[in-house]
Design a protein around this ligand. Structure first.
Ligand code: V47
Length: 379
C-alpha cells in the first residue's frame, strides 16, 4: 500500500504535530523546514545534535515529499573498476594496491570491452566506471576507452571517473581541467560519479587521504563539468574522524556550488566501512546514525534533487529504511560488478539485485518504484 502522506506530511495538521517538540530551538528549526525555508549551517548542526530519529524522519520526509513525491528511483546498471593500482594511499581504502602487487589488476581496453560485451542483449542503461588513480594512464587513454564503449553501445550512459581520477589523468596529459573534460565529453563521457569527495574539511581530509586532490580542486572539477553540460553526483564519506560540523561544512560547500550551477543530480552519503584498511580501529557508526545522516542531508541539501542510498554499501534493509529518512534513490541492479565495498566489509559480498527485487524493496516500504535513466528521467 503506498504511503500517501500517512502523517499529513506538508499539511497544516503536520505543522501542529511539530508544535509539540519541547526543545525550543529545535522546534523553530523544524517549523522552518515545514514551511519550506532553507536552514542555516548552524541549524543543520542543531539537527544533528538534538534531532532524534522520529523528528528527523518526519522533517526529512516532508522535504522528500516536496521534491520527489512518493517516488523512489532505481536504474539498471553495472560497474567497471579498470584498476586497483593507485598512486594515493588513503587510510580508509580497502581496495587499492601498489603497482606490482600480486593482488593488483589493470585491465586492458580489450578486457574492459569484454566486460561491456558481457552485457550485450541485457537490459542495462548505465555503466559506472571508477577505480584507482593509475600512475601512467592519462586522459587520452581513457578517452579512447570511452570512445570504444560508445562505438559498441552508443545508447549506454557512461558515468565515469571521480574528480580525483580526472584531476590526475588530465594533469598527466598537461591539459587544463576544461580541455580534459571537453575531450572526454567529445569521446562520449555522459556524467561524472560523486567519488573522491570524502570530507572537505582540509584538516580531516589530510588525515584520512593526504596527498590527493584538494577539496577546492574537487569542487572546481565539478563546477567546470557542470559549465560544460556534464552533470555529476556528490558523495560524503562519514563516520570516521569527522564531527557533525564537518559534515555540515561539507554539505554547505556542495549547496553553494549547486546554487551556482545546478549540475548535481544526487548526493550519496557513504558510511565508512572498517574492514581491511588502516582506520579499522575507529569502528563504524550505528545504523541509527546512518538514518539520521540521510535525514539531515535531505533537509540541508534542499537544492540537490536526489538522495541516494547506495545499497551495496548500506545493505538492502538499511537502504529500504532510508526511504523514510529522505532517500529517494536506491541506485541500481549492479550485477555483482563492484568490489570497493565488499572489500571494506559491507554486508553485500556479491551485490546484485534484479529490477523486480529493487521494486519490491521500494513497494514494501510503501513507496512507488520508478525505473529511471542516469538523468532521472522515467524509463
Ligand atoms: O570516494 C572507499 C568510498 C568512494 C571506503 O556517483 C569507502 O552514483 C566507505 O563514489 N568505507 C567511491 N567508503 C564510490 C563512489 C560512489 C558509489 C556509489 C555511487 C556513486 C555515484 C559513487 O567510495 C570513494 C570513497 O569515499 N570508499 N573506501 C570504505 N572503506
Amino acid at each position: 500500500m503506498p504511503c500517501n502522506g500517512t502523517f499529513f506530511v506538508n499539511s497544516p495538521k503536520m505543522t501542529r504535530i511539530l508544535d509539540h517538540i519541547i526543545d525550543t530551538d529545535l522546534r523553530e528549526t523544524a517549523l522552518k523546514v515545514a514551511s519550506g525555508k532553507r536552514i542555516t549551517p548552524d541549524e543543520g548542526i542543531l539537527l544533528y545534535e538534538r534531532g532524534d530519529l522520529p523528528v528527523l524522519g518526519l522533517l526529512s520526509s516532508m522535504v522528500r515529499k516536496r521534491i520527489n513525491g512518493n517516488y523512489a528511483f532505481y536504474n539498471r546498471n553495472f560497474h567497471i573498476e579498470p584498476t586497483n593500482i593507485c598512486i594515493y594511499n588513503c587510510r580508509f581504502c580497502s581496495y587499492r594496491k601498489p603497482a606490482g602487487d600480486p593482488e593488483s589488476w589493470d585491465y586492458s581496453h580489450d578486457e574492459i570491452m569484454n566486460m561491456v560485451r558481457a552485457f550485450d542483449g541485457k537490459n542495462v542503461t548505465e555503466v559506472h566506471i571508477t577505480g584507482g588513480v593509475h600512475p601512467a594512464h592519462d586522459v587520452h587513454y581513457y578517452c579512447s576507452l570511452v570512445a570504444k564503449i560508445k562505438a559498441h553501445r552508443p545508447e549506454l550512459h557512461v558515468k565515469a571517473f571521480s574528480a580525483v581520477e580526472l584531476d590526475h589523468m588530465i594533469r598527466l596529459a598537461g591539459l587544463t581541467t576544461e580541455k580534459g573534460l571537453k575531450l572526454l565529453k567529445e569521446s562520449g563521457l555522459d556524467s561524472i560519479p560523486g567519488g573522491g569527495a570524502e570530507i572537505f574539511d582540509e584538516k580531516i581530509r589530510k588525515q584520512i587521504s593526504n596527498e590527493k586532490a584538494s577539496s577546492e580542486k574537487w569542487l572546481n572539477i565539478h563546477e567546470t563539468a557542470h559549465r560544460l553540460g556534464i552533470s555529476s553526483n556528490a558523495t560524503m564519506l562519514y563516520g570516521h574522524l569527522e564531527t557533525w560540523p564537518h559534515r555540515i561544512d561539507h554539505m554547505n560547500r556542495l549547496r553553494k556550488l549547486q546554487d551556482k550551477t545546478g549540475g548535481f543530480n544526487a548526493f550519496i552519503p557513504l558510511k565508512y566501512r572498517m574492514a581491511n584498511n588502516r582506520m579499522s580501529q575507529l569502528g563504524e557508526v550505528s545504523i541509527i546514525e546512518d538514518l539520521r545522516n540521510y535525514a539531515v542531508a535531505r533537509i540541508f541539501l534542499d537544492n540537490i534533487p536526489h538522495i541516494k542510498a547506495y545499497w551495496p554499501m548500506t545493505g538492502k534493509i538499511v537502504a529500504q529504511l532510508s526511504l523514510f529518512f529522505g532517500a529517494d534513490d536506491l541506485d541500481g541492479t549492479i550485477d555483482d560488478t563492484t568490489r570497493i565495498y565488499s572489500m571494506a566489509g559491507a554486508e553485500e559480498q556479491n551485490p546484485s539485485m534484479t529490477a523486480g527485487e529493487i521494486s519490491s524493496l521500494i513497494a514494501g516500504a510503501g513507496y512507488e518504484p520508478v525505473e529511471r535513466d542516469s538523468l532521472y528521467r522515467r524509463v
